[in-house]
Each structure stands twice: as C-alpha cells, then as structure tokens.
Design a protein around this ligand. Sequence first.
Ligand code: KPL
Length: 297
Amino acid sequence: MNITILGPGAVGSLYAYKLHLAGHSVSLWGRTPSRKIEITLDDGENIAFNNQSLEDLKRCDLLIVALKAWQVQSALLPLLTHLDNDTIILFLHNGMGTVDMLADELTERPVILGTSTHGALKVNTNTVHHTGNGQTLIGAWNEKGQQCQFVAEVFDHAFSPTHWHSNIQQALWTKLVINCAINPLTAILDCRNGQLTNEEYRAQLAGIVEEAVCCANFDGVELEASTMLDTVVNVAQSTAQNYSSMHQDIYNKRQSEIDFINGYVVNIAAKHKIDIPNNLSLYQRIKQIEASWSHHD
Ligand code: KPL
C-alpha cells in the first residue's frame, strides 16, 4: 500500500519502520521541512523516508494520524484538501474526541480508529526504540470504514498482533480509562507507572476509574469498574519502568493530552450532569501546571 504517516513521533516512526519492512511504500509528514527523515529502529538499518511529499500524500491509500491528540485538528485539516476521497484515514493516538471535532469533514471518507499498547520511545530525532510489545486494535468509525477490515490484516502482517475490533469504541474507552488513571497521576507525582501499584494509591485509582466507567456507560459503552481497576493496576505493573506519556510531556514542559483524556471524560460528565470530582481535580491540576509555564518562563 501507499501509506503516509502524519506525525513521525515515537509511535508513528515505529509503525513507519515496520510497514516499510513489510514492503509498503511509506512516506512521512512531519513538522520539519526537510525532504527526508531517517529512522533507525533499535539495532536495525537506517531508512530514509520521504517527508512532506505532496505527491505521496495525493496518491496514498492510507493516511495514519499518529500525532498528539491536540495537534490533530490543525495539522490534518489543511491536508484533507489534497487527499483523495477514497484514502482511508486511520486515527492512532491516545485520548478521544479528535474525530468528533472533524466529523463534518470526515463523514464522507473511510475512517477507522485504532489503539495500540506497544511501547515506543524516541531517543533522538532519528532513533526509536520498541520498548514493549503490545497489540493494535482497529475498527470502523463510520459506514465507509466498515469496508476497511483488510487494513487489520495488512498491519498484522507488518506488525503482529493486530486485530479488527467490531466495537472499537469499547477498546478506545478501555484505553481512555487506563490513561485517565495512570497519566495525570504519574505526571503530578513525578513517578514511573509502577509506583501506582502501591496500596496507598488504590482508593484514588478506584475513584478515578469508577467515574470514568460511569461516563463510558452514559456514552453507551459497557465497562465494569472493578474489572477496569484490575486492568489499570495490571497495566501499571506491566509498564512499571515506563514514564507515562503525560509524565514525559509535563516533565519536558510540553502541552499534554489532558483535554482528550480526563478532559474528554469531564465533558461527557457535564453533558449528563454527573459529578466526577477525582477526574475534575486531576484535569484542573494538569491545566494549572501547563498554565504556570507561560506565566513564569
Ligand atoms: O498509554 C500509556 C501512556 O503512557 O500514555 C500507558 C498505557 C499509561 C503506558 O505508559
């Protein structure tokens, strides 16, 4: 396939490399204006990808959006005019809500959503490490997306395991609840994911998870709070040595994805008039930290 990856960060670079190795023609669309971006995965060979090639973009069969959630709208909108109407768009990022923001522009296109549990770390501009094996789940956002199940097979061949999920909203909400619990807490406490498995955080995690699950249920997605709490603790355990993506963002004073993680849940709660004090205070605390940079730096 002809594939363009918008956002060659850690996850985007990892998929670019794997898809290239599987024989696909992969092009990148990053912020840097250089015509080529070189990427090395772990100890593999260096691969030079085209960057910002309008020609590649126009003829791509699949556009993978692997940006930070808050970058999606402004980066994707100007590219849509160059994209063929049949190009499949796959959203692959943490958080929820970006596709809803662009719904009017996307309804007529084949759109699919994905979530991944792979660990990836960009150690410098050109080198990415695959830090933890995981899986990729892909599913349809709209009617035209339903015709794109073969993309899961293409991915599975390039980067196994990848599965097609008939209810991708459930998978996305599951990941969202995990991110609601782990990401802001690790950023605020300045700790690795593993620290949250300490008993002293159990009640707080349970509160966050219960509220987020309640919002998922209001959104028509069936999740169960005690199962989700177990899942959160398991993920914190299996990624114990990792710093969460929000920890990394806050630590490096980069804008976090809070609006699309706890902020998304806060919006759903407001719509249904439910109180979610745990998520609200995490949301406000991260926003406060972000606001403090512009005031003091
Ligand atoms: O997705 C993650 C993130 O850091 O954003 C988790 C699952 C919490 C792993 O670190």
